[in-house]
Each structure stands twice: as structure tokens, then as C-alpha cells.
Design a protein around this ligand. Structure first.
Ligand code: DAK
Length: 277
């Protein structure tokens, strides 16, 4: 499952990050290289065993002012087939508890402030499904197969699957999936509101995600950051606290340059030139 990685933010302000089982040649244009992931211009890619590198790459992109949105994808065969069962098989309670196994992954991705889109084709199972659920927008194709099969391995989802899925699709449907470990399709993912869109082909899915990422990257980063923050707050707060929180963030944006730029441009019928401040 080893692969290679390159980091090449595109001029349009978004990058795509591929998880791969295959080896890719390293690009000379790459500004940052990773062992197990491929970061760069859109390419069909790969999938998994790369938690630390994924964390590091996402943190790096979050700090990079030229990047406005991130697309996470895999190959046509797999987005990610989950944590390495061969590696986990002999681990004891002490091993996983003492090392806080995979916890950094679960705690890092939700803290990335830039929008992360996932383009899911092929298998997104176990930790792979949970990885997609951690992202802000899921696009998939009809070839996608999602699932939380951990119960069939004698364990349960460990990276938020039981919590995130249940919030999205409700308790009964989540129980049905998690207690049986059965997979569900990309078409079902869209129908149930897990995926924002389901495309006919893998390429259309990746193109669709890149298109949306490009649109987001073309907006005010200050406003986009605030919008992501308030939508995420809705997952933690009650409606009343959530609405109050939203109002405070809304008021706060009147201290940004981009609010002046955006409204001024509307009045003058011009395209806003965002300062991202
Ligand atoms: N781990 C290790 N090897 C895997 C693998 C996996 N998850 N998935 C596939 N492989 C390996 C297969 O063993 C096979 O290896 P060889 O026989 O070639 O050596 C090779 O990849 C190709 O797989 P198949 O021959 O099975 O290919 P198919 O196309 O027939 O099937 C498949 C593809 C992805 C549907 C199937 O391989 C499959 O069902 N894989 C298992 C999927 C799965 O159960 N995933 C869940 C893993 S558990 C935690 C957070 C998260 C997690 C744990 C803890 N904490 C915060 C504590 C996450 C847990 C999981 O993800």
C-alpha cells in the first residue's frame, strides 16, 4: 500500500490530494514530498495507510495562503479501504490504548479550517468511510461503495463513523448499517444526504469536486472560513445557541476588508477582488 506523494498547489487556489495504492513518479515541480500520498494537480490516484502524512499535508495546506480549498480523492477502485487489518490484527488493548491508535487522524482533520471536499470512487470502507465523513463535502460516483464493516472484524467504527453517520441518516438507518456491516452505494449515499452529489463516472466525480473547490477558492477566504465554522457549530450546538453563534460571527465579518470589498463590488456591479483579510 505504499505510494508516493507530491504537493503542488495550483494557481486556481485549490489542491487535490490523492490517496493511492500505486506508486507515482515524484514531480520535480513538487514543493513538498510525502512517502504515502500524492498531492498535486488532479490525477487518478491512490489510497491509504498514511495517517501521519495526511495530517501533515492538511496542516501544511491549511497554513498555505495560496490554497483556498482542498480535494481529497483516491483511485477509481478505492477511495480508502480502511485501516490496515494485517497491521492491526495482533495489536493488544495496551498497544492501541497506549499509542492512542489513529486518534491524531480523527482529531486533526476536523480542525482544518479550509474546506475539504472528498471525491469518493470505489471502496470507502471503515476508516475510509470515516475519512470521507470527516470532510466538509462528499461527492461520489455511482461506483462508490461506502460501509462500516468493522463489526465483521469483531470491532466497531473507531474514527467517528457511528457518530457522524447517525447524525446524518438517523439512528435506525445507522444501526442497520453498523450492526450488519453491510455496504451502501454512492447512489444511496446521495439519497440519504451523506453525499452532496453522485456522478455517473469517477472522472465526472473528481471534475465536479475540483470545479466546486475552484469556486470556493475564488471567494473570500475570510467568509469561507466563517461559513465552514458556523455550519460545523450546528453539529455541536442547539438551535438557539447556534443561531446566536451565527449572528456573532456575522457581526464579526463587518470588521473584515472582504465585507467592504464584496458589498462595494456589488453596488458598482464589479467583480470583487478579495483581499482575504
Ligand atoms: N487492510 C489490509 N489489507 C487490505 C485491506 C485492509 N483494510 N483491504 C484490502 N486489503 C488487501 C487484501 O487483503 C488483498 O491483499 P493480498 O491478498 O493481495 O495480499 C488486497 O488488499 C486486495 O484486496 P482484495 O483481494 O480483497 O480485493 P477485492 O477487490 O476483492 O476487495 C475490498 C476489495 C476493499 C472490498 C476488500 O479487500 C475488503 O473488504 N477489504 C476490507 C475492508 C475493511 O474491512 N475495512 C475496514 C478495516 S477496519 C481507529 C480509527 C479507525 C479505525 C480503527 C481504529 N481508532 C481511532 C482507534 C479503522 C478501522 C478500519 O478501517
Amino acid at each position: 500500500m505504499a505510494a508516493r506523494c507530491m504537493l503542488r498547489p495550483s494557481t486556481s487556489g485549490y489542491v487535490s490530494l490523492s490517496l493511492s495504492f500505486r506508486r507515482h513518479p515524484l514531480s520535480t515541480a513538487a514543493s513538498t514530498q510525502y512517502e504515502n500520498i500524492l498531492l498535486g494537480t488532479p490525477k487518478p490516484g491512490v489510497a491509504l495507510t498514511l495517517f501521519k502524512e495526511l495530517n501533515n499535508a492538511l496542516k501544511h495546506l491549511d497554513d498555505d495562503n495560496t490554497v483556498g480549498a482542498i480535494v481529497l480523492t483516491g483511485s477509481e477502485k478505492a477511495f480508502a479501504a480502511g485501516a490496515d487489518i494485517k497491521e492491526m490484527k495482533n495489536q493488544t488493548f495496551s498497544d492501541v490504548s497506549n499509542s492512542n491508535f489513529i486518534a491524531s487522524w480523527s482529531s486533526t482533520i476536523p480542525c482544518i479550517r479550509k474546506p475539504i471536499l472528498s471525491a469518493v470512487n470505489g471502496h470507502a470502507l471503515g476508516g475510509g468511510c470515516e475519512l470521507a465523513l470527516m470532510t466538509d463535502i462528499i461527492y461520489c460516483s455511482s461506483t462508490a461503495t461506502f460501509g462500516q464493516p468493522e463489526i465483521k472484524l469483531g470491532v466497531i467504527p473507531g474514527a467517528g463513523g457511528s457518530q457522524r453517520l447517525t447524525r446524518i441518516i438517523g439512528k435506525s438507518k445507522a444501526m442497520d448499517l453498523i450492526l450488519t456491516g453491510r455496504n451502501f452505494s454512492g447512489i444511496e449515499a446521495e439519497k440519504w444526504g451523506i453525499a452532496a452529489k453522485c456522478f455517473d463516472s469517477a472522472q465526472a466525480c473528481v471534475d465536479g469536486a475540483l470545479d466546486t473547490a475552484g469556486r470556493i477558492a475564488g471567494l473570500s477566504r475570510v467568509a469561507v472560513r466563517a461559513a465552514k465554522e458556523i455550519v460545523n457549530k450546528s453539529q455541536d450546538l442547539g438551535i438557539r445557541e447556534g443561531v446566536e453563534y451565527e449572528r456573532k460571527v456575522f457581526h464579526g465579518l463587518f470588521g473584515s476588508r472582504d465585507q467592504k470589498i464584496g458589498m462595494e463590488a456589488f453596488v458598482k456591479k464589479e467583480k470583487p477582488q478579495w483581499a482575504h483579510e
